[in-house]
Design a protein around this ligand. Structure first.
Ligand SMILES: CC(C)(COP(=O)(O)OP(=O)(O)OC[C@H]1O[C@@H](n2cnc3c(N)ncnc32)[C@H](O)[C@@H]1OP(=O)(O)O)[C@@H](O)C(=O)NCCC(=O)NCCS
Length: 183
């Protein structure tokens, strides 16, 4: 299976290296999914993650194989008014998939957020089944459906299920109805 190690981005790994993983990971996505993150440069990533954000890297047998970042963002929605850890730029190299790297990155994200007593949030394209399965497995629940075309879902960890169920259902019905009217 190989040994998986996750750590905060060391100096010797540049944001251009992180960018290369993201581009490589998204090049092989099925279902015509394209994500805006591939259009960003290394310096865009560095700016978005910011000095207080955390960029993680994962190694498989000492080879750089994956990445994920946490940005701290004020959330004033769904009845919450607090800083959440927003997960961005999760990517695992195609050659390293299915070996637990995505799981290890998400576990580290949750552990960092929990240590700071913060909930975590992320968004993905609705038909990215692999990413959604990974998030569900790690106890992220859907709280918002939105967007046209590449229809998206926002998922959160550490939130109250009953409260979010209501927002999830209403936003799902609303965005589906909007989609059908526009057709
Ligand atoms: C999503 C991604 C990060 C998963 O990385 P990974 O290292 O392969 O994930 P893991 O090996 O830890 O597998 C985690 C879970 O993902 C799901 N999964 C992985 N491969 C899968 C596949 N081929 N089909 C369906 N589900 C799959 C499973 O639920 C799996 O858990 P399990 O092994 O207990 O069943 C990786 O596929 C990737 O980089 N995809 C492209 C970029 C992307 O979609 N990023 C997220 C944007 S929001």
């Amino acid at each position: 299976m190989g040994s998986v190690r996750v750590l905060q981005k060391p100096e010797m790994v540049s944001y251009d290296d992180i960018h290369d993983i993201i581009v490589s990971a998204h090049a092989s996505l099925d279902n015509g999914i394209t994500l805006n993150s591939t259009k960003l440069t290394g310096s865009d990533l560095s700016r978005i993650i910011g000095p207080s954000g955390i960029c993680l890297v994962a190694y498989l047998d000492n080879r750089l194989a994956g990445t994920a970042s946490i940005c701290w963002e004020q959330i004033d929605r769904w009845g919450y008014h607090e800083i959440f850890g927003t997960v961005r730029f999760l990517a695992v190299e195609p050659w390293a998939r299915g070996k637990g790297i995505g799981t290890a990155l998400m576990r580290e994200v949750i552990s960092i957020c929990s240590a700071q007593n913060r909930k975590s949030i992320l968004s993905t394209v609705y038909n990215n089944k692999v990413a959604k399965a990974l998030y569900r497995k790690n106890n992220y629940i859907p709280i918002r459906h939105y967007g046209e075309g590449h229809y998206c879902v926002t998922m959160a960890h550490g939130v109250e299920k009953s409260r979010c169920f209501f927002f999830s259902i209403t936003s799902f019905l609303y965005s589906r109805a909007k989609h059908m009217i526009r057709r």
